[in-house]
Ligand binder design. Sequence first.
Ligand SMILES: [Zn+2]
Ligand SMILES: [Zn+2]
Length: 276
Amino acid sequence: MTNGQNEELIDTHCHLASERHVDIVSIRNECEALGVSHCISLGTHPGDWDATLALAHRMPDFVSACLAVHPSDCTGVSEEQWECMKHLCRKHPLAAIGETGLDYYWDAPTGWTEEAYRARQRDFLERHFELARTLGLNISLHTRDKVGAGSSCFEDAFAIARQFPTVRPVFHCFIGSRQQAERIFGELNGMVSFTGLITFKKTEAVQAVAAWCPEDRIMVETDSPYLSPEPHRGELNIPGRVRFVAEKLATLRELSFEEICRITSRNTRLFFRLPN
Ligand SMILES: [Zn+2]
Ligand SMILES: [Zn+2]
């Protein structure tokens, strides 16, 4: 299935097993109506790993799975659960490890100092890279700093990624600077992917980065059920709406929609090693 113009379009980052999404069949129908043919769905905590794998097993032409522990969930995961996830990752075909990363935006949970919480996140990020390296997979990274607190989260994730040169990272929901993007491409052989944030007003800085990035480094995503793009801002998001992200990216880069579909799908197939 294509978007009606003979080019496929893939949502490279969504959470189909989220309890906020109810019905995979209607999600798929909405995707088809909007010309979206495939989704990379990421499990992020013990409660959604099995459901994510089950969706990919049930609809392999529509869903590819990734598994990880989200940085916001790392304090609630036992060593047994971590071992269980590693077992699942070895047993099932995955598109990548993810989403993992570092999140310094939210305060530490009760019983944790800020320092210990961040150290725990860094430890889990290293474990994920090690797992990805062992399995020969790439990795999907989440980084988020406190507003006005600089970019320590990005720098910490970057330093860990540098230790694993064979694992390519994608910095999902990229909102960083051109200088950060240049370092991701030049020093990590990494990628960036853009969400509906680039369709919002007052995001000119990241729009300029999206317009500038080399063609072979960009992908598009929804992060659904979050971050619904314009003209549906504020609603529950669905993977089909990656179409609006791709349309905006085409406008920013002064390319046709078909051309953006072709570029981002080719990049996605390579990065996530999807079969043709
Ligand atoms: Zn994220
Ligand atoms: Zn996500």
